[in-house]
Design a protein around this ligand. Structure first.
Ligand code: MN
Length: 193
C-alpha cells in the first residue's frame, strides 16, 4: 500500500495574497508530491509501507525519515492555514499563549524571530509537551516535534521553496503575512488533543 498525499483543504489560489497560486502549485504539486514519491519508492514492498505515516516518522531514520517527515509536515502545514484564517487564537490556545509567552504579541514576536533566524532549511513549530506547556521549536530540515516527544500545534515552513517565487530572499515578510492565514480552529483542535 502506498502513502497518498492528502488533498489540499482549499484551492491553490485561495491563500493569496499570502502565497500566490504559482507558489502553492510548486509547493504542493511539485515539492510535497516528490516527498511522497520518494518515500513510496524507498519503502516499496517493505513493512514500513503498511505503517501509519505519523508512526513511520517517529520510528524511521535517514532517507525514509526525511521523506516521511516532509510528507507529514506539509500535510500538517496545509491544515494550519485557511483562506478564512487569521484573527485571534481560540480559548484554550489563547490561555496557553498568555501563560507560556505572556501574550499573543509576545508569542508572535518569538515565533517570527526564531523563524527568521533559522539557518538554512527548516520549520518553525509551536509544540506542546504532555503537561500542555507550549514552546517554539525551530527545527532544521525535516525535523519535527514528533521526534522529540512533543505534539505539533502549529508550523511554518521556512524552506526557501516555501516562499521564493513570491518573496525571493525576504523571509521576514513571508513570516509576517503568515499570521493573516493561520487556522486557529485547527490549532485549537491540536492543542486540545
Ligand atoms: Mn515545503
Amino acid at each position: 500500500m502506498a502513502f497518498k498525499r492528502p488533498d489540499l483543504p482549499y484551492g491553490l489560489n485561495e491563500l493569496a495574497p499570502f502565497v500566490s497560486e504559482e507558489q502553492m502549485d510548486y509547493h504542493y504539486n511539485k515539492h510535497h508530491e516528490a516527498y511522497f514519491k520518494k518515500l513510496n519508492a524507498l519503502v516499496d514492498g517493505q513493512k514500513e509501507s503498511e505503517m501509519d505515516l505519523k508512526d513511520l516518522v517517529i520510528a524511521s531514520n535517514d532517507g525514509v525519515f526525511n521523506n516521511a517527515a516532509q510528507a507529514w509536515n506539509h500535510s500538517f502545514f496545509w491544515e494550519c492555514m485557511s483562506p478564512n484564517g487569521g484573527g485571534a487564537p481560540k480559548e484554550n490556545t489563547l490561555n496557553a499563549l498568555e501563560r507560556d509567552f505572556g501574550g499573543v504579541e509576545a508569542f508572535k514576536k518569538e515565533l517570527s524571530e526564531k523563524a527568521a533566524a533559522l539557518f538554512g532549511s527548516g520549520w518553525a513549530w509551536l509544540a506542546k509537551d504532555d503537561s500542555g506547556k507550549l514552546e517554539i521549536m525551530p527545527l532544521s530540515n525535516a525535523d519535527t516535534p514528533l521526534k522529540h516527544g512533543k505534539t505539533p500545534v502549529l508550523t511554518l515552513d521556512v524552506w526557501e521553496h516555501a516562499y521564493y517565487i513570491d518573496y525571493r530572499n525576504a523571509r521576514p515578510q513571508f513570516i509576517e503575512k503568515f499570521f493573516d492565514v493561520i487556522n486557529w480552529d485547527f490549532v485549537e483542535s491540536c492543542y486540545n488533543k
